[in-house]
Design a protein around this ligand. Structure first.
Ligand SMILES: C[S@@+](CC[C@H](N)C(=O)[O-])C[C@H]1O[C@@H](n2cnc3c(N)ncnc32)[C@H](O)[C@@H]1O
Length: 452
């Protein structure tokens, strides 16, 4: 695991663990990790004693996560065989400092194993991976099926999940009487995945809680989004406050790309400064070549029977910060941006444009260093100014999501009897570790205390 991922997983699992310490009923043991990737967060939560359903649409990710899970299980078993005591196995303990929680668990779990003053009981978690493309419908049914197929989720020494929860832990209630409380989590749920998880939470929350109507209840949520450029256009704006504004706020794809920028971290160390300077140079060099590719690229491409400008729908690319020429130029290795001459050479040979044959028609700056440097400087400043807007755009997206959830929760609480919920934005990761998307949307019962 990279140091960045380690930071994210440790911060997020600690936060979730602490958050659940506020649940004095100790009934929330089921967590769904949406877009679980290699399962780093899922395993951390399993190791804290939760039953985890890890969902990802990518089979390669899921099978990689399964391999990690098997390795980890073997390691734990080996440690267990060696007779290591509970102190050396902090992973499988549920930690909590809350005295109220401690006394509650200590009496309700007879097998509590006291390992340190912070560790109050052990329970064995489980982890189920599933490859599935998540949308609101599939997420709802995956959770439903997972909870109903309790026996499939058994692992050595672990009782049936629903049985575990409803019989052992909540005074012998049956599924008809009490839905299973579930927490939904996602670490860097890209594009529309974040709004979709929020939709499922809200629709579950709105549903009547009469016996037998739902098998699970959305009890809490911690979701960090990413890749706003992959978001469907209907996912912004979501809140009534923004939708009802005139004119309605919109974010073209080119601006959603900018939301990934973290200018505050550009100069945090030498490597970062070098990478930033290269990233700016890439944009500027490509912009300088653009008029040439626009004018002569299509001709050359069609002469070479390669893709022509017209094979890219110009309309489709409008406002997305892309052009047919740039698409055709595609990705070049970092080395191609070493200096202007190298770039010119690599870019023209890739696109088939012969500069020597159009020398008299080229803009002066192509070969005039002084003129080019002036333009380079102006374009660099322009791009930096655009990037500075990035955090503002991300804040707007996050605030819109926050406001939308708040509106929906307050609308629902007027009509139904579920306990009222809070929504907040929590700064979870330190951006200096490289974790750019660091803000979590957290939904939790109002009665749980706010956490810093
Ligand atoms: C940025 S990665 C994060 C992975 C993991 N949570 C982590 O932090 O290491 C996003 C993951 O979401 C998955 N994903 C994206 N859209 C999805 C969808 N609609 N349904 C299920 N998984 C999805 C991708 O396959 C990818 O593994």
């Amino acid at each position: 695991m990279s140091p960045k991922k380690e930071h994210e997983v440790s911060r997020m699992s600690e936060y979730i663990d602490q958050l659940l310490c506020s649940d004095s009923t100790d009934t929330l043991h089921h967590v769904v990790d949406v877009g679980s990737g290699q399962g780093y967060l899922s395993r951390a939560l399993q190791n804290l004693g939760f039953h985890v359903l890890a969902l990802d649409s990518n089979e390669i990710q899921t099978s990689g996560a399964e391999r990690w899970k098997a390795k980890e299980a073997a390691r734990m078993q080996k440690q267990f065989k060696r007779g290591k005591d509970a102190q050396s196995l902090p992973d499988s303990q549920h930690h909590c400092n809350d005295p109220l929680f401690q006394s509650h668990v200590a009496t309700s779990v007879p097998s509590a194993s006291i390992a340190s003053k912070n560790i109050i009981h052990s329970r064995t978690g489980s982890l189920t991976h599933q490859t599935i493309c998540i949308n609101p419908r599939t997420l709802e049914s995956s959770i439903h099926d997972w909870l109903l197929s309790g026996e499939d989720n058994q692992i050595a020494g672990c009782t049936n999940m629903i049985g575990d929860l409803l019989v052992d832990r909540t005074e012998r209630r049956t599924p008809e009487e009490k839905p299973v409380p579930v927490m939904m989590v996602a670490l860097h749920a890209c594009g529309s995945l974040t709004p979709d998880v929020l939709r499922v939470f809200l629709s579950n929350y709105r549903r009547p809680s009469a016996p037998g109507i739902r098998i699970w209840t959305a009890q809490a949520l911690v979701v960090v989004g990413c890749c706003y450029n992959l978001m469907a256009s209907e996912d912004f704006p979501l809140s009534r406050s923004l939708r009802e504004r005139v004119p309605v706020a919109t974010l073209p794809l080119s601006s959603r790309h900018l939301a990934a920028q973290i200018p505050s971290q550009w100069l945090r160390n030498e490597t970062s400064a070098r990478e930033t300077s290269l990233a700016i140079r890439k944009v500027v060099f490509r912009a300088l070549l653009q008029p040439v590719l626009e004018k002569f690229g299509a001709l050359e491409a069609s002469a070479n029977h390669a893709a022509t400008s017209s094979s890219y729908n110009v309309e489709e690319l409008r406002g997305v910060g892309q052009t047919p020429e740039n698409r055709r130029l595609g990705k070049l290795p970092d080395a191609a941006y070493k200096d202007w001459e190298t770039f010119l050479d690599r870019a023209t040979s890739k696109t088939g444009v012969r500069l020597d044959q159009i020398a008299t028609q080229l803009p002066v700056y192509i070969h005039d260093k002084r003129r080019r440097m002036q333009l380079e400087s102006a374009l660099s400043v322009l791009h930096v100014l655009r990037c500075i807007m990035g955090p503002l755009i991300e804040s707007l997206i996050l605030l819109d999501r926050h406001e939308w959830v708040r509106e929906e929760l307050s609308r629902s609480s007027e009509t139904q009897e579920s306990s009222p919920m809070d929504v907040e934005l929590v700064n979870l990761f330190d951006q200096a570790t490289g974790s750019g998307r660091n803000v979590a949307i957290v939904i939790k019962p109002c009665e749980w205390p706010n956490m810093i």
